[in-house]
Design a protein around this ligand. Structure first.
Ligand SMILES: Nc1nc2c(c(=O)[nH]1)N[C@H]1C(S)=C(S)[C@@H](COP(=O)(O)O)O[C@H]1N2
Ligand SMILES: [Mo]
Length: 230
């Protein structure tokens, strides 16, 4: 039942942090938000939020409140501690960006990635994950030269809205240093930004919602590490 003035829902967790988040009623009306008690035929596990967990597709993980113990409906956002102290971004203008839950299009290469080691030159299947809070992934491009050249990858089905989408592309490593990146585009046409592009919009003091292109450096000895390409 919907309360007439109900524009926002408060969701609170039962753990020590009492994780508390405001969920706009518009999201709930879209019919995608639900409360989960199980997954793949078994109860949620403690680390997944047993016994109940809020699922908010397209919204950053912090709003997926685990150990759900309280729901309230109100006419204003609640400015909970996790919204008024944390999870705000300080913009270059000096203003705070708040209640900015939607996860914009992002991707990351999972193999090869930081901490892994390529044992020899030769064939590799570069693979990773892409996702968008605004719909389906349309395409993912991969670069092995730090963003100078890009090739489009094969998306593994089913490609579903606001869900992780795996991509694959073949690569023959010649044994020389290489910088591997992925760049996703979602069905709205939004293209995942470089760090430079993201900083131009969000400044340098914005912590959350980092959806910039991630770079992995493959070194000559095969070790892969995290680097930032400016
Ligand atoms: N009750 C409760 N829910 C919570 C949190 C928490 O600390 N307490 N952490 C949030 C954050 S910040 C994230 S990123 C996700 C992590 O969910 P996962 O462990 O299923 O990946 O849970 C969210 N839900
Ligand atoms: Mo998080």
């Amino acid at each position: 039942a919907e309360w007439k003035g109900g524009k926002f829902v408060l969701a609170e967790g039962a753990d020590g942090s009492s994780m508390t988040r405001t969920i706009p009623m518009s999201l709930i009306k879209s019919g995608e938000v639900f409360v989960a008690y199980g997954q793949n035929g078994e109860m949620l596990r403690p680390e997944q939020g047993y016994p109940l967990r809020l699922i908010v597709p397209g919204i950053q993980g912090v709003s997926w409140v685990k150990y759900l113990r309280r729901i309230e409906v109100g006419d204003k956002p609640y400015a909970a501690k996790d919204e008024a102290i944390h999870y705000m971004d300080l913009l270059p203008s000096g203003q705070h960006r708040q209640y900015s839950g939607i996860q914009e299009c992002k991707s990351v290469v999972t193999t090869p990635s930081g901490g892994q080691v390529l044992l020899d030159k030769g064939f590799y299947n570069i693979t990773g994950l892409a996702w968008s809070g605004k719909g389906k992934i349309k395409k993912v491009d991969v670069s092995v030269d730090g963003g100078r050249n890009w090739r489009s990858t094969r998306l593994q089905g089913p490609v579903m809205s606001k869900a992780l989408t795996r991509f694959h592309i073949a690569w023959v490593w010649d044994g020389k240093p290489a910088i591997i990146q992925s760049r996703a585009t979602d069905e709205t046409g939004f293209v995942q930004p470089t760090y430079q592009q993201l900083r131009a919009v969000r400044g340098t003091r914005s912590i959350y919602h980092n959806n910039a292109i991630q770079s992995w450096l493959v070194q000559e000895n095969g070790e892969v590490k995290n680097v930032q390409v400016s």
